[in-house]
Design a protein around this ligand. Structure first.
Ligand code: CA
Length: 363
């Protein structure tokens, strides 16, 4: 139980804090010539591998910025060198490289590790699951983070929230989607749990690497694809070859991205550098989401202005069918894995509560 604090005490403590701040700044001025004595002189150099191509918009850029912020906050004593996917290790071996200590840290998304840990995708994205704001609430203040740490701990890996795409788009289609049956025989690029959901409606879900999607859609190898949101989708050029752009991205209502850290490397860090890395990671998390939101706004307008694409919502019959199929997919997942069941129960309990709270929003 936290001790309750009365108003008088609060004002007294607030006075002490502001006094300390003033004293702190005076101390800083005095020590300018010799430098503050308490700061560790230790120097640390880390390698960070990522699941994204080097400098990839927002995702790769966010990793570069994290390294820059850590450098700035540590006055150049804590360096992180960022490698794009494939530069040092293959993109999808990011988790293994961190786990076995080949590198100290990585950046990626938990749903890539579903083969290793069936519960992992729930720490990134679940179809019809939580928004970015709700995920942050679950992570930082709602108990989700402890479950995530527990899941990765046996692998010697410590996770931290390190970005979020926000809500994605439903995808690009070359035929109108009017009925759940329109998924029958549809060849669609769709990863993760979303792939299992559309498969239940009769679609042939295809996983193709980002580099091949445009050509596959143009040549009719696939009939539809999801990617990210207007910013990344515009950069891929899908508005030049697809007729329809549907929303919402029911399959990725948000996608939390992660920084993953080798626990031995973490334990060796001076307390000061641990605090710096946590602060930089939290900043990367908010920077990434904010940049996605602002850029998606800008590029949705560009797609509207520069193309003839029909931008439309999935109708209620399609959304309803996808919801039913999602429930089946999640049921199958939790029945096959006890950890997934525990995580999903915590996730859905938090989600129900916060959705009620969010429904009081003015929007
Ligand atoms: Ca996506």
């Amino acid at each position: 139980m936290k001790k309750k604090i009365n108003r008088k005490e609060f004002i007294k403590k607030a006075g002490i804090v502001s006094g300390a701040l003033i004293a702190g700044s005076a101390c800083q001025t005095e020590s300018d010539s010799s430098g503050p004595a308490i700061i560790t002189k230790k120097r640390v150099s880390w390698k960070m591998v990522t699941t994204w191509p080097a400098n990839f918009p927002v995702l790769g850029e966010g990793c570069n910025m994290l390294a820059q912020w850590v450098d700035e906050m540590s006055d150049g004593r804590f360096k992180i060198k960022v490698y794009g996917g494939g530069e040092l290790t293959p993109a999808l071996q990011t988790f293994d490289a961190v786990s076995d200590g080949s590198v100290e840290m990585g950046n990626g998304a938990a749903y890539y590790w579903g083969g290793k840990m069936p519960a992992a995708p729930m720490f990134c994205s679940i179809p019809f699951g939580m928004s970015a704001q709700q995920m942050n609430a679950w992570m930082y203040s709602g108990g989700g983070y402890a479950l995530w740490e527990e899941l990765y701990r046996p692998f010697g890996v410590k996770p931290m929230p390190g970005g979020n795409t926000g809500v994605q788009m439903g995808g690009w289609f070359n035929k109108a989607m009017n009925h759940p049956d329109d998924y029958k025989g549809l060849k669609m690029r769709m990863p993760g749990l979303g792939a299992k959901v559309i498969s239940k409606l009769g679609a042939a879900a295809v996983v193709s690497p980002g580099s091949e999607i445009y050509t596959n859609l143009e040549r009719g190898v696939i009939d539809a694809t999801e990617w990210v949101g207007p910013y990344h989708d515009y950069l891929m050029g899908f508005h030049k070859i697809a007729k329809y752009y549907y929303y919402p991205g029911w399959h990725e209502p948000s996608a939390l991205l992660e920084n993953i850290i080798n626990i031995d490397a973490w334990n060796k860090l001076p307390a000061e550098f641990k605090a710096i890395l946590e602060a930089a990671s939290a900043r990367q998390n908010i920077w990434s989401l904010s940049t996605f939101e602002a850029k998606n706004n800008e590029y949705l307008n560009k797609i509207r202005q520069e193309s003839e694409v029909i931008i439309a919502p999935f109708n209620e019959s399609i959304i309803q069918a996808l919801r039913v199929a999602t429930d089946e997919v999640m049921e199958e997942l939790i029945e096959s894995d006890a950890t997934s069941k525990k995580v999903y129960q915590a996730y859905t309990t938090f989600r129900k509560g916060i959705s009620t709270w969010n429904s009081y929003d003015i929007l």
